[in-house]
Design a protein around this ligand. Structure first.
Ligand SMILES: NC(=O)c1ccc[n+]([C@@H]2O[C@H](COP(=O)([O-])OP(=O)(O)OC[C@H]3O[C@@H](n4cnc5c(N)ncnc54)[C@H](O)[C@@H]3O)[C@@H](O)[C@H]2O)c1
Length: 263
């Protein structure tokens, strides 16, 4: 199994927790991996912009978990386009060329970040996208490319709309959006192991009592989260006005986005 973005925070956690009796890992990142690896893990260093490195990374793998990308707001649109959009297309193309069966894409709740929060807000898997930033729009584009590669080439694609991956909740909005470390491992293992998924969008959040996200996608891949952010509700979670108004919280602030073309 190929794990792109293996040196980042999500990737490092997965390298340390994925069950090696089920998956042999090949790590891919432009930044050297700093932590401990398992004896059979392979490492390919390279960038999403380098098609020959991607071809080497995909050679012989059955599945890809694609995490690599720009994961925060504030970059220029041109950078999201180059890394998150073009980079995802290159990964999908390399997976198709290598006869890979499945690609798991790291998407984000920010594809619906501009959705107003009310007492009745529910976030579905098929609602029209409503991104809060260039970042959210780039993730929506990545999901769309996944759909294209499924429909045109039969590649199986699981889009994981990751909520807020943290050791523990630190903001009030994490009461609905938190994805615990244990549940991150569970959702990725489910996305890899589920039989014949076709194309599916999954809300990757924990079993939060305050959840506002649909569960049909999670059920389709057999993801059963175990953790609940409400256990931390009395921990002095930080509240923000935008976090109460919008799904994307502070990503909806004026001036969060970088410029269109240059940083
Ligand atoms: N952490 C979260 O709460 C969260 C929430 C929603 C979505 N996601 C998504 O999950 C994925 C992983 O997030 P993260 O928090 O680990 O981010 P991160 O920034 O910690 O890690 C991203 C990794 O991608 C690598 N990378 C970036 N550009 C690259 C390129 N051009 N070529 C090769 N490697 C490149 C970086 O070196 C880094 O190791 C991202 O796609 C992010 O958008 C994360």
């Amino acid at each position: 199994m190929l794990l792109t973005g293996s040196s980042g925070s999500v990737g490092r956690h997965l390298v340390g927790s994925l069950d090696r009796s089920r998956w042999r890992l090949r790590l891919f990142d432009r930044v050297p991996f700093a932590g401990a690896t398992a004896p059979d893990d392979e490492i390919v260093e390279g960038a999403l912009e380098d098609e020959s490195a991607l071809a080497r990374a995909h050679d012989g793998v059955g599945a890809v978990v694609h995490l690599a990308g720009l994961a925060t707001p504030g970059y220029a649109w041109a950078d999201y386009q180059a890394v998150n959009v073009d980079g995802t297309r290159r990964v999908l193309e390399a997976a198709r060329a290598a006869n890979c069966r499945r690609v798991v894409l790291a998407s984000s709740h920010h594809v619906l970040g501009r959705t107003p929060l009310t007492a009745s807000t529910r976030l579905g898997e098929t609602d029209p996208v409503r991104p809060d930033t260039y970042y959210g729009a780039s993730k929506a584009a990545a999901e769309t490319l996944g759909r294209l590669y499924h429909d045109r080439h039969g590649l199986e694609v699981v889009c994981l709309r990751i909520g807020s991956f943290r050791e523990r909740p630190s903001e009030e909005r994490h009461l609905w959006s938190w994805l615990s470390p244990g549940d991150l491992t569970r959702v990725v293992e489910a996305a890899l192991a589920a039989p014949a998924v076709g194309f599916v969008v999954v809300w990757a959040v924990s079993a939060n009592r305050a959840a506002i996200t649909a569960t049909a996608g999670a059920e389709a891949i057999g993801y059963r989260p175990l953790d609940d952010a409400s256990a931390y509700a009395s921990d002095g979670l930080v509240a923000s006005e935008l976090g109460r108004l919008y799904v994307g919280g502070d990503f909806c602030a004026e001036g969060v986005d970088g410029p269109a073309t240059t940083r």
